[in-house]
Structures are given as structure tokens and as C-alpha cells.
Design a protein around this ligand. Structure first.
Ligand SMILES: [Mn+2]
Length: 332
């Protein structure tokens, strides 16, 4: 049995669309919300004969990967996140590149020699890699208007992946993948009345309108921190809202916080409250976000975009100061 394991964000879902348009395959789909990257362990090692893995860190899935390889399962692994040490095995084929301007769909696009390139462009826009997306769009001759449409589509698919659990999402990423696979050309989807594109657009605009009232926690020349409510809409919109802020002020780092629910247990003691936060490096200085977040427990990510799942409230000031001084010292 073949397994397709993919991140539930734009370049995870779209990378699989590109591959399966070229090579249709019956497969078991394994995916989840964007932040759920520990996916490979869900593959049933007793039934798996081959596995395609897209857009999840090899480092974070190394144990499951080693188990599959030891069991003689063929693995095709494509990703742009931290790799850690890559196992050497004749069963493993990789396309790995951690360049900050490369996403999984772009790697797949090279591999497929540009087949379904419009999908790859939408994915790169969705992963907020505007320069790469634009360069590719210009190369294949898309007009400004067409580029803007693919940008929108990428943003909406990316937006759908954010949430604490799949219950927060409008569409389960596996369902979204299957729906998108019906469109070899994303412009057909965009031009179709009441299609998924329009449904996602409507939902996105409603959530973003609410996000405009976000509370500004701190605003300095090089760092801005804002807080969103702890509600499903805020969990959905936090990532794309962060991208939006970054695009508006490309020299600034941005922190988007949501307060995690406080659990009151039986003895009426209140567990220490914490924030889930995402940190975006300045678009014009894409470095350091992953390193900064990794210094806090439950933190991690890429150079350009990273996060902390549970930052104790008492550490927020320290975190913000850390971000301020980091980007103060690392001006281009
Ligand atoms: Mn991705």
C-alpha cells in the first residue's frame, strides 16, 4: 500500500496535487493542521510498501523514517525544513533544500520539470515566498492579474491549514487536497462560480476583518507584537495575519500571540497561563526566527518563520526584548 504524507498547508497540499496529477496513485492520505508535523509515525508499517513525504521536517520524523527504511519501505522525501542528519539508505530518495526562498512545491516543480507550474506558483505565494513565486510567474509569462489570482489562492489554502486542531479548520486538509486534484489548472477553480476558492475567500475575509482589531502589545521600530483572542477564528487567521503584517512592514519582525486557555482543575488551582506565538523575521532580513524560538521550551521553526507553542506569560517581556535586540544587531 502507498502512503501520501503531507503537511496541511499550501505547499504541502499543492506539492501532492502536482505529483498526483502527473502520477495518479491510490494511496492512504495522512495529514493534519499545519503545526502538526509529527505525521510519519501514523504510517502503518505493516501495510506500507512505499511512502511519499512532503513538507514536514525530516529531523522531527527521523525515528519513524528510520523504522520504515529498516523495514525495506521505499520513501520519497521532499522538504524545505530542518533535516538533521539524513539517513543513508538505498530505499530513501530525497529532494531537500532549506534555502529560505524555496518551498516544497518549488522542489516538486523542478522535479516535474515545470508540469503544473501554475500550482507551484500558487503554493509559493501561499508560503509567503513572493519573490520566488513572482520570478517563476514571470518566467512562464503570467500577467500581473493572473499572478494576483494565484497569490490569493495560495493565501487561502495556506490560511485553511492554521488551527489548534482540524476542528478549527473549514476543510480537512485531506478533503481540500482531493477537491483541488480535480483541477489541473488552478485558474479553472478560480474562475468557477461558488468554487472552493470563493468559499475560502469569503471565510478568510471574515476572519481577517476580525483580526484588524488585534491588540497591539508592543510597537518598536524593528518589532511589533499583537495579540488575538483565543477563539477558532483567531487560531485560523494567526499565520496569514502575520504574513500580512510582514508584507506591510518588510523591515520589521512581527510577533502574533494568542492566549492559551487556562485550565482550572478540580482543586480550583489555576494552571499557569501561556501564549502560543508565531514570530516572523523581517521580510528583508529572513534570519534568526527559528534560533530565537528554539531558545524557549516548546519553540522552533525556520529562519524566516517560527513559533513557540507555550510561552509562559511571565516570559513575554523577555521574549520581545530578545527579538528587539536580535534584529537591532543583525541589520542588513
Ligand atoms: Mn510549508
Amino acid at each position: 500500500m502507498h502512503y501520501d504524507v503531507f503537511n496541511g498547508d499550501a505547499d504541502g497540499i499543492i506539492a501532492l496535487v502536482q505529483l498526483r496529477l502527473v502520477e495518479p496513485k491510490e494511496s492512504v492520505l495522512i495529514t493534519g493542521v499545519k503545526r502538526d508535523i509529527s505525521l510519519l509515525k501514523q504510517v502503518d508499517i505493516t501495510t506500507a510498501t512505499s511512502v511519499t513525504v512532503l513538507d514536514i521536517s525530516l529531523e522531527k520524523n527521523i525515528q519513524s523514517l528510520q523504522g520504515l527504511l529498516d523495514n525495506q519501505v521505499d520513501v520519497f522525501y521532499v522538504d524545505h525544513h530542518r533535516t538533521g542528519e539524513i539517513p543513508s539508505s538505498s530505499k530513501l530518495t530525497t529532494l531537500l533544500n532549506t534555502d529560505a526562498n524555496i518551498c516544497t512545491s518549488l522542489l516538486v516543480n523542478d522535479f516535474l520539470q515545470g508540469q503544473y507550474v501554475n500550482w507551484a506558483i500558487a503554493a509559493a505565494f501561499g508560503d509567503n515566498m513572493h519573490a520566488s513565486a513572482k520570478a517563476l510567474a514571470v518566467k512562464v509569462g503570467l500577467t500581473e492579474a493572473e499572478q494576483a489570482q494565484l497569490n490569493e489562492l495560495g493565501i487561502y489554502i495556506n490560511y485553511n491549514g492554521y488551527g489548534a486542531s482540524v476542528e478549527d479548520l473549514h476543510f480537512h486538509p485531506a478533503d481540500l487536497y482531493q477537491a483541488l486534484l480535480k483541477y489541473p489548472d488552478p485558474f479553472t477553480l478560480i474562475n468557477e462560480k461558488n468554487s472552493l476558492f470563493w468559499q475560502l475567500k469569503q471565510a478568510y475575509l471574515a476572519d481577517m476583518a476580525k483580526a484588524q482589531s488585534a491588540k497591539v502589545i508592543s510597537e518598536k521600530t524593528n518589532v511589533k507584537a499583537v495579540q488575538l483572542a483565543d477563539e477558532a477564528w483567531a487560531r485560523r487567521v494567526s499565520g496569514v495575519f502575520g504574513n500580512d503584517l510582514a508584507n506591510q512592514a518588510p523591515d520589521r519582525a512581527h510577533i502574533v500571540l494568542t492566549l492559551n486557555k487556562v485550565n482550572v482543575n478540580e482543586t480550583a488551582q489555576i494552571d499557569a497561563a501561556s501564549y502560543t506565538l508565531s514570530l516572523r523575521a523581517p521580510l528583508n532580513n529572513k534570519q534568526g526566527a527559528g534560533d530565537i524560538c528554539s531558545q524557549f521550551p516548546t519553540g522552533g521553526g525556520r529562519a524566516a518563520a517560527a513559533g513557540v507553542n507555550e510561552l509562559p506569560i511571565s516570559q513575554l517581556d523577555e521574549f520581545i526584548k530578545h527579538v528587539e535586540s536580535y534584529y537591532q544587531d543583525s541589520k542588513l
